[in-house]
Design a protein around this ligand. Structure first.
Ligand code: PLP
Length: 398
């Protein structure tokens, strides 16, 4: 793998996001087969990565898409997902946006508040008026509520408390709809499997308060072991527990799961080249040709990403700070990494950057974004071009 990476870096230039399509397919298969419950649908949370070529891999593997925003739904449609395989579970859309998503054909909406339900019902009522539509039948729309229950969801801004379920059901009924789903989001990125398994019975008990309960969306937030060898989310245990609960219910419900990072984090690497080396006592400070604007997670948002050197095999390692190519005080790709003594043009690889990597990159610091390349079956292809400085002028009016 390392030699292909070096070859690909020579061809496409540095810095470069490289995705391992074979590993992505294996991960999707592993997660899919971990949950044996028969009525399970997987929806990839594309907030983590919106590259169309990667979304198409999820589609090929039979997954649908979870849209956090109308933009996620738009990209999903461009990648070829049929709208009924897109589930919207987001927050704070205005009427125009809600209508747009509905008109695109998305039919499952997990809403964040009674106020968002009010927006949805208003929009749906107008959209579905017989005099405005050619449709002879009302189209089936699935409505769910996102859960706010501090004992499980902690101090979260998201969701509707069960005490408001009655009001919500009554409002939906005004426009002829039932609230049939409950959406639970445990929170981002925990590797503690028990945080999910211990919540299952309470979530189902709460869902059963909904008179028309027929689907459970268990959300995302499943962890990824960024610290190699450290704690990892146990998909098989989680899948077995969830299946056991659902198979023992006296009603048959649909299950939706929306993994983001767990599915795609480990399938990508950001490669960069060393452009500067200095030493402060026995600490090595290297400058590389990428920046936190290309990968904001470790420094700006917190979180660890392993960094290795691809061009040196020396086992003599030194404490090293890996700094970006700007003078921004937080421009660190990694702090206190253990790396060999490096030279200019050495190649470093920042691992596990498939989720919230390119998707969170920006033009902050006015450096264009890297290219993205997909490796599959021993072949490589460009799946997003490197930007040039013209992007900095985009939409500016002089
Ligand atoms: C509703 C919902 N589902 C799934 C996800 C994906 O989360 P993760 O990448 O932690 O799995 C998010 C992330 O924002 C979300 O808001």
């Amino acid at each position: 793998m390392q030699s292909i990476m070096k070859e690909v870096l020579d061809i496409y230039g540095s810095p470069l996001y490289i995705y391992d399509g074979d590993k992505l397919r294996q991960t999707i298969k592993y997660i899919s087969t971990s949950v044996m419950y028969g009525k399970t649908q997987f929806r990839f949370a594309s907030v983590t990565n919106g590259n169309l070529s990667l979304l198409k891999i999820f589609k090929d593997c039979g997954w649908g898409l979870h849209a956090n925003t109308p933009g996620d739904a738009y990209l999903g449609l461009q990648a070829g997902f049929s709208p009924e395989k897109i589930v919207y579970s987001g927050s704070n859309l205005n009427c125009d946006e809600m209508l747009e998503v509905l008109e695109w054909g998305v039919r499952t909406f997990n809403l964040d508040s009674v106020s968002q339900l009010e927006v949805f019902c208003r929009v749906y009522g107008l959209w579905n008026e017989p005099q405005r539509t050619q449709r002879t039948q009302r189209e089936e729309v699935k409505l769910g509520l996102r859960l706010n229950f501090p004992e499980l969801t902690g101090d979260s801004r998201i969701g509707v408390h069960p005490l408001e379920f009655g009001k919500a059901c009554a409002r939906a009924l005004d426009v002829g709809l039932k609230i049939s789903g409950l959406h639970f989001y445990r929170g981002s990125g925990t590797n503690a499997t028990s945080a999910f398994t211990q919540a299952i019975d309470t979530v189902i008990d709460i869902a059963r308060v909904l008179p028309d309960f027929s689907y459970l969306d268990f959300g995302g937030g499943f962890g990824y072991p960024y610290r190699h060898g450290g704690a990892a989310f146990d998909w098989e245990l989680f899948g077995a527990e969830l299946t056991r609960y659902l198979e023992n219910l006296d009603i048959s419900i649909e299950l939706v799961i929306e993994p983001g990072r767990a599915a795609i984090a480990g399938c990508a690497t950001l490669l960069a080249k060393v452009v500067s080396v200095k030493w402060q006592s026995d600490k090595q400070i290297i400058g590389v040709d990428t920046t936190v604007a290309n990968l904001s997670v470790p420094s700006v948002h917190g979180g660890y990403r392993e960094i290795v050197c691809l061009s040196s095999t020396s086992s003599n390692l030194f404490q090293t700070d890996v700094c970006g190519n700007t003078t921004y005080s937080r421009d660190y790709l990694g702090k206190n990494c253990l790396l060999p003594a490096l030279q200019i043009n050495d190649i470093i690889a920042i691992l596990d950057v498939g989720a919230y990597g390119y998707a969170m990159s920006s033009h902050f610091l006015h450096r264009p974004r890297p290219a993205e390349v997909l490796l599959e079956n021993g072949n490589h292809r460009l799946i997003r071009k490197r930007e040039d400085y013209s992007v900095l002028l985009g939409n500016q009016i002089i």
